[in-house]
Ligand binder design. Structure first.
Ligand SMILES: Nc1ncnc2c1ncn2[C@@H]1O[C@H](COP(=O)(O)OP(=O)(O)O)[C@@H](O)[C@H]1O
Ligand SMILES: N[C@@H](CCOP(=O)(O)O)C(=O)O
Length: 331
């Protein structure tokens, strides 16, 4: 231990933002990190400090919605996985006390489990990186681990939440051995209204209701939309890009789980939205606008008409270009 840097009394806080998976046209392949324009913290935070033994405390608005046993929390599994892989490499890491600030609702379509996974693993990598003098895992290696851990919870390995959450911006999954995700150009003036209705939709259940096969016409439309959308982003052709933002894979089946979805789309599209869809597996919905006033009108309407209970919320967001961050918060 003598060659380790002294981390006694240091506390590191990692933040990982909310994310929207699929973006309608890219089921499991496209995702974006979101950040409310009013400064609201929309994401999970994980604090880390050295301790005699590992422990996890859970705080925050949605802490009570998680199972009480910390061993079932994905953050504990992240820690166990991280130290196991390091141990296999011959590096025994000293334990940490972790505190999860659970700000994101569970089963919301805002990448809640992904945000916990990303904040935990990014935090562990940065914390032990400071202790060891260099981060144990590079960005690619860490993203691979994030996908694996997120897959344990959602029923399948999909990177469309963990990749944007970790890297920031709008990401397209390449899933190649050396390139997992690509960061795409964006329209900087777009506003993304994100409204969580307050009900819970389990990602695994929302995946189970999808048909196992996709028809030939829908397969062709899906491929065309994704290819043309990416081209439109590179050429900054906004009209063409928004025309591609429809969902032929999941929305037709999943919208039955979302009360008031059709009326919400109708209101949004009649009031300036360029696109409207389900965020991830729902129940959060999103609307894309190029005008702040219209985005605020849609956000207010959704707040009054889409939200089902007092845990719901609506935010006007822009893309979070930064992704996960970590900072020293030692007293
Ligand atoms: N830190 C965590 N954050 C979110 N969910 C967690 C966490 N730890 C364990 N879980 C469990 O993982 C599951 C996440 O469900 P899922 O529908 O995938 O949520 P989301 O789509 O919001 O990520 C829930 O059963 C929840 O209890
Ligand atoms: N591509 C996934 C995205 C799930 O996102 P979540 O935020 O609902 O976990 C899917 O559509 O199943």
């Amino acid at each position: 231990m003598s060659e380790l840097n002294d981390m006694t009394g240091k506390t590191l806080r990692a933040f990982a933002p909310a994310s929207t998976g699929n973006v309608s046209l890219g089921f499991d392949l496209l995702g974006a990190a979101l950040k409310p324009i009013d400064g609201t913290v929309l994401g999970d935070e994980v604090d880390l400090e050295l301790a005699d033994e590992f422990s996890l405390a859970v705080e925050g608005a949605f802490a009570h919605k998680l199972p009480a046993d910390p061993d079932t929390n994905i953050v504990t599994r992240c820690y166990q996985h991280f130290v196991k892989v390091m141990s296999e490499k011959g590096v025994e890491l000293p334990p940490v006390k972790m505190t999860l600030h659970k700000h994101l609702p569970i089963g919301s379509g805002l990448g809640s489990s992904a945000a916990s996974v990303v904040a935990a693993l990014h935090g562990l990598n940065e914390f032990y990186g400071q202790l060891l003098g260099d981060v144990p895992f590079n960005q690619h290696e860490l993203l691979l681990i994030m996908g694996e851990l997120e897959g344990q919870i959602s029923g399948s390995v999909h990177y469309d939440n963990v990749a944007p959450c970790y890297l920031g911006g709008l990401t397209l999954m390449a899933e190649q051995a050396d390139t997992l995700a690509l960061q795409l150009p964006t329209f900087k003036h777009w506003y993304w209204v994100a409204c969580y209705s307050g009900i819970t939709v389990s990602t695994a259940a929302a995946r189970d209701i999808l048909p196992k096969q996709v028809s030939m016409p829908n397969t062709l439309k899906f491929g065309r939309q994704l290819a043309v959308f990416v081209d439109a982003l590179y050429r900054q052709d906004e009209k063409l890009a928004v025309n591609m933002m429809t969902d032929v894979i999941a929305e037709p089946y999943r919208k039955s789980l979302l009360p008031h979805f059709d009326e919400s789309r109708e209101f949004a599209m009649q009031n300036g939205a360029m696109a409207f869809g389900i965020s991830g597996s729902g129940p959060t919905v999103f609307a894309v606008c190029d005008n702040l006033e219209q985005a605020q009108t849609i956000s207010t309407w959704l707040q009054e008409n889409y939200i089902q209970n007092d845990t719901g919320f609506s935010h006007v967001c822009q893309l979070d270009e930064q992704g996960a961050v970590a900072k020293d918060i030692s007293a």
